[in-house]
Design a protein around this ligand. Structure first.
Ligand SMILES: Cc1ncc(COP(=O)(O)O)c(C=O)c1O
Length: 346
């Protein structure tokens, strides 16, 4: 099977498995796992933040951040296709008691400018208006097709948010993809964000784990909430050992995934009935429209599956394919061939 459903499907390499087997471990709830401590210190160093916390999932990292930045009854602002709003199962309302105000990004990039955010804010409104407590950004933006937000654009939002006392959280699940695509460091891309989550288990290739970053005090409180939510883990040095390899080596090869994504987009653009502008593919996510084929995305994905390719229909008319370390360039070419064949033969 050529599995293009997500970059979460990657399997740990032999090197990772060997490192996991050899990892020094301790009880991480007691802060005694040396491998976890090393991973957290290294992540904090790379992002130039005071402290870091290993969390089992990106969702938990995001939701702890929402919890710490807000009070029940307040509101957070996020682009309308954002992960925290659409794919975390209402956790922000359940865990933090906040509502979410979705905002449209006018250029479709998924990255909100201050001009788009400003009209949605309620800071000095009457007491009966739901108060804005947090702005949540996402880089790269998953459901806007892996689009990137520059350090400058992020800094601009942060500066204006901070000027009115609003914190900014960065859902940087794929921030290393943005870093490679823009040739800007992850530290620069998240410099002024009050908290950042990034994922080890997507394009970087670890089997599990994400990291939450912020100030020392923020991460101390995050540790409490991780435990409260059932995420206090014990001898997880084995997972951190895989995470360390993902963090050090993973970013070095993301460019290959981006090249494969562009190759896939070019092939799709030359396929009858498929709409995609390859110029919009900046990282490893390719979203294309199949309306012109006369088939639904569900029908196409099911026929692709029969032919050995896995992809996800994100709406009736749109399919998402994600490149990653377990998909070679030859498999991209095979995917294009299979899809063109399948559409030709109705
Ligand atoms: C942008 C974004 N944020 C957060 C997450 C959540 O990560 P996890 O699946 O580890 O909870 C994902 C997962 O796909 C994502 O794409």
């Amino acid at each position: 099977m050529i599995d293009l459903r997500s970059d979460t499907v990657t399997r740990p390499s032999d090197q990772m498995r060997a490192a996991m087997a050899a990892a020094e471990v301790g009880d991480d709830v007691f802060r005694e796992d040396p491998t976890v401590n090393r991973l957290q210190d290294r992540a904090a160093e790379l992002f130039e933040k005071e402290a870091a916390l290993f969390v089992p999932t990106g969702s938990m990292g995001n939701e702890i951040a929402v919890k710490l930045h807000t009070k029940p009854g307040q509101e957070i602002i996020i682009e309308e296709r954002g992960h925290v709003l659409n794919y975390e199962l209402g956790a922000a309302s359940l865990i933090s008691g906040v509502t979410i105000r979705p905002v449209k990004s006018v250029d479709g990039s998924g990255h909100l400018t201050w001009d788009e955010i400003k009209p949605a804010l309620h800071i000095d409104s009457a007491y009966w208006v739901t108060r804005t407590a947090l702005i949540c950004l996402e880089n790269t933006h998953n459901f806007a097709g892996g689009s990137v937000m520059t350090a400058k654009d992020c800094a601009d939002v942060c500066e204006k948010a901070h000027a009115i006392g609003l914190p900014v959280h960065m859902d940087g699940a794929r921030i290393f993809n943005a870093s490679v695509a823009l040739n800007e460091s992850v530290a620069d891309l998240t410099r002024d964000c009050d908290s950042v989550m990034f994922t080890l288990s997507k394009g970087l290739g670890a089997p599990v784990g994400s990291i939450l970053l912020g100030s020392k005090d923020f991460i101390e409180e995050a540790r409490v909430w991780r435990k409260r939510l059932g995420g206090g883990m014990r001898q997880i040095g084995m997972l951190a050992a895989a995470g360390m390899i993902a963090l050090e080596d993973g970013p070095k090869r993301l460019n290959e995934d981006h090249e494969n994504a562009r190759r896939l987009a070019d092939g799709l653009a030359s396929t009858d009935g498929i709409e995609i502008d390859p110029a919009t593919v900046q990282t490893n996510i390719v979203i294309f429209d199949v309306s012109g084929t006369g088939k639904t995305s569900g029908e196409i994905c099911s026929r692709l599956k029969d032919a050995g390719v896995l992809a996800i229909g994100i709406s009736d008319t749109q399919i998402r394919m994600v490149t990653h370390l377990d998909v070679a360039r030859t498999e991209i070419d095979r995917t294009i061939g299979i899809l063109q064949n399948l559409l030709r033969n109705n």
